[in-house]
Structures are given as structure tokens and as C-alpha cells.
Design a protein around this ligand. Structure first.
Ligand SMILES: [Cu+2]
Length: 128
């Protein structure tokens, strides 16, 4: 039985294409949705926010109305306190550690939040 061999140049091109693809992937877009393909129906999905080094990552997250955001609170004690300047923010998350707490965003707007345990530890969820 013969082994199928790819020409080295083709193989190299394939690797380059693969690297380019993985690079263009945005770290905030863990959604599989493509809004352009279906403009009439907003895609409701689940997003994740993490707490590396006493920051919220991603700092700013765009989600579709009705989506759920999972706050992956690990490492240290953190809370998530939403600003009250915009109505429709979900319930605050009290100080917790090593848990995942989900909040649903059913109102459009920009919802900034902060961890009051760590000054400067802030983030925002933009609901479209
Ligand atoms: Cu914190």
C-alpha cells in the first residue's frame, strides 16, 4: 500500500493558513454565531468572563440581548457590582471564590461593573 504524500510546499502553505486563521480569532468571541448570516433573529448564547490577576477578562464584552454571561470567579475573592446608572442590570454577585455565577442580560445597554474588593477591577457588558 502506498502512502499519500503532500508536496512540502503545499504542506507549508496549509500550516501558514492554519496559523492565520487561529490568529484572527478574537479572544472575546467565544460565540459560534454569525449575526450577518441571520440578521432578523438575534443569536442568544452564553459568554464567559474570567478573573485573571484581579482583572475581568475580557474587559468589555458585547452580547446579544437575552444572552447569559458566566462569571468564572477563580483565584481570589471577587464580587461583581453593577453600576446603577443604566437600568436593567442583573443582580449583583456577592463576594465569592472558585465558582461560576451566571447572569442573564435581557435589557439592551452598556452595563459597567466592578469588584469592590480590588480597586480598579472593572468591566462592562454591552448588550445589543
Ligand atoms: Cu476582585
Amino acid at each position: 500500500m502506498q502512502t499519500l504524500r503532500l508536496p512540502p510546499l503545499l504542506l507549508a502553505l496549509f500550516c501558514v493558513a492554519l496559523a492565520a486563521c487561529s490568529k484572527s480569532e478574537s479572544p472575546t468571541a467565544n460565540s459560534t454565531s454569525d449575526p450577518a448570516s441571520n440578521p432578523t433573529t438575534p443569536v442568544v448564547t452564553t459568554f464567559d468572563v474570567y478573573t485573571p490577576g484581579n482583572t475581568f477578562s475580557p474587559f468589555s464584552l458585547r452580547v446579544t440581548r437575552g444572552s447569559t454571561v458566566r462569571f468564572n470567579i477563580f483565584g481570589e475573592n471577587h464580587n461583581v457590582i453593577f453600576g446603577r446608572s443604566t437600568s436593567g442590570a442583573p443582580t449583583d454577585i456577592n463576594v465569592v471564590k472558585d465558582v461560576v455565577v451566571s447572569r442573564q442580560f435581557s435589557t439592551t445597554g452598556s452595563f459597567s461593573y466592578s469588584c469592590t474588593v480590588h480597586p480598579g477591577m472593572t468591566g462592562e457588558i454591552v448588550v445589543m
